[in-house]
Ligand binder design. Structure first.
Ligand code: ASP
Length: 414
């Protein structure tokens, strides 16, 4: 029997192929309807299972991560290195997007009339910069039970950081609570191991639906932009990020790919960094040798805050919209795009199409019509695949880089 890792890879290829075959069938063909129905069922069970473990996992892994980092006096180093890595890689991704979009000018030959209908019937959910900050900060601290129940990762994360720090501050007194958390985390990882066996089937189902339901005419119209976004995102994922990994850790991209592909393919198929998180944690710890306390801290943070693919996309899409409308963005305006996309991407939760919502802010910051995202929405599900895969890749590489730069020397690779 082939390894799980290989099965996932085969399932992804097969999913795209079957989806493509189904897409070519008439919409009312019985076979097509039947396969799409079962794909929806299997896909939602797989995502449901990942979501089932997500919130308890984020909570326990952050508590255990923060508590043991704190106990090893590593917490400041790890924290600072993580934030610097997140900011630097996101900035590199956006810089690449802006340079490429300035050179190739996507959207220049297209006429806005083609999209008039979509824009007319679309009501943008407006989000200005002050509103965004209000939304972001008011979301940080909440009743933990409400946050748990609503799957509100950011506030779960904040609560977990407090609990982790308090556990260490209390020392011996809370020893048994910490031990309980560690054991609970272990138990969750075991459950994730079981869920993984469904991953090939889940990924197959999700990709069949995704590919079969694409609107081909629209894809052809937007082909230039889609190819540009794909190529730039892939460049970041295949050249820039592995380059940073190699420069810091001397680990080869192939070694990384072999250890992390389960997580990256899951991110591709689910379009959700959060849904892929349980698998990213497993890959980082079991296959790539990242210490639990580092992975348990960096990965959940990354899944909510570090999104290179999203930032890159938001910057490229802002320029695309400007070109469509026939506006040339000045250098100063592009700097505004750069800064807002940085904030918008880290504020986007790791769920499908989240980047689209926060993108309104980027468009508005430079005076572009928010309604223009109506043009991008129909192709978003497709673009979300690669950008989420790169988001997750960035997080896992982050855990390796942080371990190397800020980890405990004596336990490197343990
Ligand atoms: N789907 C992305 C993620 O989960 C977020 C986005 O760009 O929409 O990482």
């Amino acid at each position: 029997m082939p390894s799980l890792n290989r099965l996932i890879f085969i399932a992804a290829g097969l999913g795209v192929f079957i989806g493509w075959l189904l897409g070519a069938m008439p919409e009312d063909a019985g076979l097509r309807t039947g396969v799409l129905y079962s794909s929806t069922l299997v896909g939602s069970v797989f995502i449901g299972l990942l979501k089932m473990v997500l919130i308890p996992l984020v909570f326990t892994s952050i508590v255990v991560g923060v508590a043991s980092l704190q106990a090893h006096h590593q917490v400041h180093r790890v924290w600072i290195t993580t934030v610097l890595y997140f900011m630097m890689t996101t900035a590199l991704a956006m810089l690449l997007a802006l340079v490429v979009a300035n050179v190739f000018k996507p959207g220049v030959g297209l006429s806005l009339d083609m999209f008039a209908d979509a824009m007319d019937s679309f009501e943008a959910r407006q989000m200005t910069m002050p509103e965004f900050f209000q939304y972001f900060f008011s979301g940080l601290f909440k009743n933990p039970f409400e946050a748990f129940a609503n799957g509100d990762i950011l506030s779960v994360l904040m609560f977990a950081i407090f609990v982790g720090i308090a556990l260490v501050a209390g020392g011996e007194r809370y020893r048994s609570v910490l031990q309980l958390m560690q054991e609970f985390l272990d138990l969750l990882l075991r459950i994730i191991g079981w869920i993984m066996w469904l991953a090939p089937l889940g990924i197959l189902a999700l990709l069949i639906r995704l590919v079969a339901e694409q609107d081909v005419d629209l894809l052809v119209t937007m082909l230039g932009f889609i190819v540009l976004v794909f190529a730039t995102t892939l460049f970041h994922g295949v050249v820039t990020l592995p380059g940073i990994l190699y420069a810091v850790t001397r680990k080869s991209p192939l070694w990384f790919w072999r250890g992390s592909r389960e997580a990256i393919i899951t991110a591709f198929a689910t379009s959700s960094s959060s849904a892929a998180l349980p698998i990213s944690l497993r890959c980082a710890q079991d296959n790539l040798g990242v210490q639990r306390r580092i992975a348990g801290f960096v990965l959940p943070m990354g899944a909510t805050m570090n999104m290179d693919g999203t930032a890159l996309y938001e910057a490229a899409a802002a320029l695309f919209v400007a070109n469509l409308i026939g506006v040339e963005l000045s250098l100063a305006q592009q700097l505004v795009v750069f800064l807002t996309a940085m904030i918008a991407s880290s504020g986007a939760p790791g769920i499908p199409s989240a980047g689209m919502v926060t993108m309104v802010m980027v468009l508005q910051a430079v005076g572009l019509p928010a309604e223009a995202i109506a043009i991008l929405l129909p192709v978003d599900r497709l673009l979300d695949t690669v950008r989420t895969a790169v988001n997750v890749e960035g997080d896992i590489i982050g855990s390796l880089v942080v371990q190397k730069l800020a980890g405990d020397e004596h336990q490197q690779g343990a």
